[in-house]
Design a protein around this ligand. Structure first.
Ligand code: KIV
Ligand code: ZN
Length: 509
């Protein structure tokens, strides 16, 4: 049996640091459920001191995960961060504090303004301090990729002596070559006393497009934890993509003497979910999960895959759950069938909320002949999003066409149950609907991105709209909406983004 490599998912922390990918607690819980279905070993749920929302997310995910995964909270190497992380993790069965500081000359000189000796001392003190709260303390040596190797070894030695249970070696700026990074891990294993009993984690960024190669280079040298994100989301060019790391380890298990316990057939679903929730589109040619990852267009390739598939395909699409969508339910299906299929897809709703999902399902089933899993995903997520809405769009009606002035009338219910009606004209039906919504909702965001996508096949497909709006302070919020009518999807997406803006400004996101 090969070595187990632990998968540490940081979609909800480093991934969330992607500009415009901010998630509220409900969004994070939706993704955390899918991470548990993937069987990741650790979920980094947030940076509790950074905001009440992150604190709440760590708390809730800690309760959700139970014994199924370690739940990790980030804390800089300062006592108030560690206190806050420990408090957020109080209800978790497998809490882990992830603390550390910069170790490169750039970080010591420009950011922290401390000497090497002070850095070593802070590493030692922060690990020891976190150990007062939890047994599982992971130490990170930020910007290890640009650190002096012997100094890195000194800092890691201090963390190990203070009781770190994992040491995380990040190439924070994604600047290393795989062989350079491998040499760092080798050096640590050769020179740090006691490191043989402490797992080494690799945390790599994609600034040169090599995050996955760097992570694998670390694994080859003995790292047994890889930190990664779904779709490679993350700061700047992102982190190592979980789906790439998992599939590369599956394919090269013998060469690398390493495997993971991730359920690969859940990868495509995880990718689509994260893309939907964050509003960050996946490029079509993205490895493993891109829309074209298993598409063949040239005649020679098409001929090849029609013979044995592996002529041009090294991964069976079924292995990563990328098979075509499945026809399952219709307008004649009852509540039991819907509940059963939703459970298969990983959704469960209390009876009161389920009724709302069922009503929406019937509306969609009335409009479409075939209801696919993706439609159900979309409905279920729409419901999960709406539960905490400040404003709910009850209806939208438009008049448009090449001779009419586009006009929209919207009906919106606020959180106190009061209904508001507004009408406006605009350059097109969506513009008119947005102007009408602006008359009701107290806040405004400038529209910066508007993407329409068909969720399933056919002219009657559900159209999903993702918008990105920018609030007056510069923060970016995404919103999504889905319906068989794309003007309705567009209006829902805008209201969803405004709800997120309001909840964040109120401090209850
Ligand atoms: O990239 C990095 O160094 C990080 C640390 C906080 C682990 O994300
Ligand atoms: Zn990072």
């Amino acid at each position: 049996m090969s070595r187990k490599v632990y998968i540490f998912d940081t979609t909800l922390r480093d991934g969330e640091q992607s500009p415009g990918a901010s998630m509220n607690t409900d969004d994070k819980l939706i993704i955390a459920r899918q991470l548990l279905r993937l069987h990741v070993d650790a979920i980094e749920a947030g940076f509790p001191i950074s905001s009440p929302g992150d604190f709440r997310s760590v708390q809730k995910i800690g309760q959700l995960a139970g014994d199924d995964a370690a739940v990790v909270a980030l804390a800089r190497a300062v006592e108030k961060d560690i206190d806050c992380a420990a408090e957020a993790l109080r209800g978790a069965s497998r809490p882990r504090i992830h603390t550390g500081l910069g170790v490169s000359p750039q970080h010591l000189r420009e950011k922290l303004r401390i000497s090497e000796d002070e850095c070593v001392e802070r590493a030692r003190r922060s690990v020891a301090y976190a150990k007062r709260y939890v047994e599982d303390v992971q130490f990170y040596a930020e910007d290890a990729g640009r650190a002096d190797q012997s100094f890195l070894e000194r800092v890691v030695q201090a963390a190990v002596e203070a009781g770190a249970t994992v040491v995380n070696i990040p190439d924070t700026t994604g600047c290393q070559l795989p062989e350079e990074f491998a040499a760092r891990i080798r050096g640590l294993r050769e020179h740090v006393r006691g490191i043989e009993d402490v797992p080494i984690a690799v945390h790599t960024h994609n600034d040169l497009g090599m995050a996955t190669s760097l992570a694998l280079a670390g694994v080859r040298e003995g790292a047994t934890q890889v930190e990664c994100t779904i779709n490679g989301l993350g700061e700047r060019a992102g982190n190592a993509a979980l789906e790439e790391v998992v599939m590369a380890l599956r394919m090269h298990e013998d060469a690398l003497d390493a495997h993971t316990d991730v359920v690969a057939s859940e990868l495509t679903k995880a990718s689509r979910l994260v893309s939907r929730v964050t509003g960050m589109q996946v490029q079509a040619n993205k490895a493993i999960v891109g829309a074209n990852a298993f598409a063949h267009s040239s005649g020679i390739h098409q001929d090849g895959v029609l013979k044995p598939r592996d002529t041009y395909e090294v991964i069976d699409p079924d292995e990563v759950g990328a098979q075509g969508s499945e026809l399952i339910l219709s307008a004649r299906s009852g509540r039991a069938a819907l509940r059963h299929r939703l459970a298969d897809l990983g959704y469960s709703f209390p009876q009161t909320e389920f009724e709302g999902v069922y009503r929406r399902f019937l509306e969609v089933a009335d409009q479409k002949k075939e209801v696919f899993d993706e439609d159900l995903d979309s409905l279920a997520q729409e419901r999960e999003r709406d539960v905490s809405a400040v404003y709910t769009l009850s209806s939208v009606q438009v008049v448009c066409g090449d001779v009419a002035t586009p006009t929209a009338t919207v009906r919106i219910t606020d959180e106190n149950g009061e209904e508001h009606v507004a009408a406006a004209t605009g350059a097109g039906p969506v513009d008119a609907a947005y102007k009408a919504i602006d008359q009701v909702v107290a806040v405004h965001g400038d529209l910066h991105e508007f993407v329409v996508k068909a969720v399933t096949r056919g002219i009657d497909a559900i159209g999903e709209v993702t918008v990105r709006i920018v609030a007056s302070g510069g923060a970016v919020y995404s919103g999504r909406g889905s319906d068989t009518d794309i003007v309705v999807s567009s209006a829902k997406a805008y209201v969803n983004a405004l709800n997120r803006l309001i909840r964040t400004e109120r401090g209850d996101a």
